[in-house]
Ligand binder design. Sequence first.
Ligand SMILES: [Zn+2]
Length: 188
Amino acid sequence: MSTTEPARGGIQAFCGTEDIRSWMHRPWMENGCVYATNGHACVEVWANAATASLLGAVSKPKRSPDMAKLFSCWPTGMTVEPGTGTTVEPGFIALPSLPEFQACQVCYGDGYLDDDPLQTCGSCCGYGEKFELSDVYGLKFQVHYLRLIASLPDVKVSMLDDRLLFRFGYDACVMSYFGRGILMCCKP
Ligand SMILES: [Zn+2]
């Protein structure tokens, strides 16, 4: 596979499927939104029950963090609302182009082994790409996560201290979702 698309995609791709914290393995529904996190990146999309079901969301896990508190860092005056798809808040700019996709040498970019999608490649954790850091406006981020963000529709980003804020829009071909997320930088 020689593509810039991640082997994993969509909201579910932000789940920490390899994480020991099993509540991270599935997206969940909370206060009219679906959330997914792997502990480094978290994403929030507005969702009704039907969309939540399509996204495979479960009910709020007991151990999930306080998402309202997590997103309280979002700059005020830049609230994102459902249905306004193409509106871009001030301060949000394009995600810079990412380095060329470097296929994992173990799974050759598939993200899984032996032609079995259930056998996640342990070397790249199913992303199909080598672990690399990539620079975004002066901060280093894991390229796996940046590629997931880049695969979302109408993505715009903003920097806040050691975090990358991202918001994305409406895509009727996918699932009509509209949301935002936060990615933590990799500290040296
Ligand atoms: Zn691999």
